[in-house]
Design a protein around this ligand. Structure first.
Ligand code: ZN
Length: 336
């Protein structure tokens, strides 16, 4: 009359003995419907020989389900001070840690939103996309990578270009996004920037390019490297027309981008703490066999050594750009 192994729905239905197991089955069903059952074992499953009673597991499942109630992506840990920052607060603060002023990377669209007057940005060449000229295949093909990053970022490539208004000035703006293949410069990034620079020259507009990049895009080989000369060539014509170019370096700006258009601004600004350089510190250390000075390749170090003109916190960027453009365009008027 009492063996547990005989507990099953319908077995001896209507007897007093089955009331308890039926109640238990109903409880299990309700819990499953509420999504509190784990889809994978919460702990190492007991050996097959151990009694399989759900009652033993229940407290552990409960603990697991409590964890799951905290939605993901609500908090971000600051890389510098380890404070947990509420994502909403971080967004409102332009992705700058309110505790230690660490500047997180920020997407191109968010940055445009933070810089130009509302509804004044007209994007250029928005649909230009890369082609796989080399039929590059590594761990994954170049085309599949492009597709993956286009889906993840909502961008067509690693730069957004267009014309917008900062204060009362119309400005040609190029803004890179590190989230798209490390902000690498391939043919599309180079071509979009070149067209932007040429448009700025033609329309007599000041130019601002905000860089963040790991360098040239290896998937396009030499075609990437050619973009360095092409962008700088277009900048030379822009400079000849006595138009100002402000280059803003953000974390990180390295290699082929730093070695071309990013380092030839009339005014070179950087965000606090940004890593800026050509080769990475490990490569330099191995090549020179010398100890690198503290703070090497940071914006602060480069300001001290004269490579950049000013460090501008993200929250002041719009106002400062407005002031600089005002000054430089006023001087141009008197020079022309
Ligand atoms: Zn912090």
């Amino acid at each position: 009359m009492t063996p547990r192994k005989d507990w099953s729905p319908g077995n001896g239905a209507g007897t007093g003995f089955n009331a308890q197991p039926l109640h238990f089955m109903a409880t299990s069903f309700i819990k499953k419907a509420l999504g509190t059952e784990a889809t994978e074992p919460a702990v190492t499953p007991p050996p097959a020989s151990a009694p399989s009673t759900s009652f033993v597991k229940k407290p552990k499942l409960g603990a697991k389900s409590r964890k799951r109630e905290i939605p993901e992506g609500l908090w971000t840990k600051c890389k510098k001070c380890s404070t947990m920052v509420f994502d909403k607060e971080l967004d409102e603060n332009l992705k700058v840690c309110p505790q230690c002023n660490y500047h997180f990377q920020i997407g191109a669209r968010e940055r445009i939103h933070s810089l130009v007057e509302t509804c004044t940005f007209e994007e250029l060449d928005a649909h230009m996309t890369s082609v796989d000229v080399l039929n590059f295949t590594g761990a994954a093909s170049y085309l599949s990578k492009l597709e993956k990053y286009q889906k993840a970022t909502g961008l067509k490539d690693a730069v957004v270009t267009g014309i917008g208004r900062i204060d009362e000035h119309r400005v040609a703006l190029g803004i890179m996004d590190f989230a798209f293949l490390g902000g690498s410069m391939g043919s599309v990034v180079g071509e979009k920037l070149t067209r932007l620079i040429e448009r700025a020259t033609e329309k007599e507009l000041p130019l601002v390019i905000i860089s963040t990049s790991g360098g040239a895009r290896m998937y396009e080989g030499m075609f990437s490297l050619m973009q360095m000369a092409k962008t700088c060539g277009a900048l030379a014509y822009h400079a000849r027309a006595k138009l100002p170019f402000i280059s803003v370096l953000t974390d990180p700006t390295m290699a082929g981008v730093m070695a071309s258009f990013a380092s030839v601004g009339d005014l070179i600004l950087a965000e606090p703490g940004a890593m800026i350089g050509f080769a990475g510190p490990r490569v330099i250390k191995d090549t020179t066999q010398a100890e690198l000075p503290p703070g090497f390749q940071t914006a602060e170090f480069l300001l001290d050594h004269g490579l950049i003109d000013a460090i501008v916190p993200r929250k002041e960027m719009k106002q400062r750009l407005g002031e600089y453009i005002d000054f430089l365009m006023f001087n141009r008027k008197s020079a022309v």
